[in-house]
Write a new protein. Sequence first.
Length: 381
Amino acid sequence: MTYTLPEELEDLRGQIRELALSKVAPRAAEIDREGKYPWDIQKLLAENELLGYAIPEEYGGSGASLLACCIVAEELARICATTSLIFVVQKLAAYPIVLAGSEETKKKYLPPLARGEWLASFCLTEREAGSDAGATKTTAKEVEGGYVLNGEKCFITNGGLAQVYSTFAVTDPEMGVKGISAFVVEKSFEGFSVGAIEDKMGLRGAQVSEIRFEECFVPKENMLGSRGEGFSIAMKTLDNSRPLVGAQALGIAQGALDVAVQWAKERKQFGSPIGKLQGIQFMLADMKTQVEAARQLVYRSATLCDMNHPEMSMFSAMAKLYASDTAMRVTTDAVQVLGGYGYMKNQPLERMMRDAKVTQIYEGTNQVQRVVIARRLLGKI
Ligand code: COS
């Protein structure tokens, strides 16, 4: 399999790069400093039809492949990881509806999401159910006409901003993970409320909050897939979005490498550019090699997902694992190349380093990715 991208994807990269450099770059440091959700950037993505990029055309989106989405996530993250996350979360959170929503549900929720009028949120994690997503405690009790949800979610990106929440709750506690079901919950439903908003190390422009369900009635037609299918829907969604987080990490790493290379050409010490020093050359060479290796894995995993290949789950985990570890290493080394300057807030690298960290954690920690890879490798033993 070759990873020379088709011409239309290279054109797409060029367009997104241009958009990111002209419209996002001037805001990137400010978004980080202010720590507020950048509605102007959300509007920019909506106007450029990027919030519905992955939603099928019949529901108002662009029906883009996951590989194309990865190029978009990568190029946005190269400049601003928060901007990339706005794109990534819309895709992640709409996916359970695309995957398992009834025709009626799709027609109701996907078009406003595709237009970017509504935001979506993926509501899985709980305080006691992080890596162990199967330990979900939020309950969904069947009543006439629907289900009543009770429980609390945490670390929910777009929490409070989104109108639509792909939510996972237990309908049949005695059935373990097979007793988890998926629902679309609207922010306007009675009993839905937003808890504390987190103060984060990085991705400062993204809003992450607790979400509470207190006797929250959800009509039965808002169940996604069949009763008990929720865990499988969550896992399939993660399989399809881990390459995107890999792409985001890849973009952050590439952005840091861009800065470090430029610096090595311009910064003079000992009478010449520091790029003439072998110590710096070797660091840059290692960074570039790791970035390219991550790129191959990210594109390959996205291609396998687009093919619905049986190995997609393992490759998605490998791409996310390797690209995020690369982002952490490369941003750290890039700070080192800039020395004291790299540590300062008037350079973008310390922001990139903080933003990179969460890519090793969210969408499943890198330890969980290793579990997914090893299980696939070993099978049932
Ligand atoms: N696709 C479809 N179904 C899947 C699946 C996948 N990739 N992985 C698991 N399932 C289903 C299977 O149906 C499986 O049942 P069978 O044994 O009949 O095949 C069932 O789920 C249980 O799977 P498993 O035994 O692997 O579940 P575990 O409780 O051991 O959990 C991990 C597996 C740890 C991989 C899972 O909990 C996980 O991914 N955790 C991280 C969650 C995460 O990424 N959170 C991030 C928050 S969202 S930003």
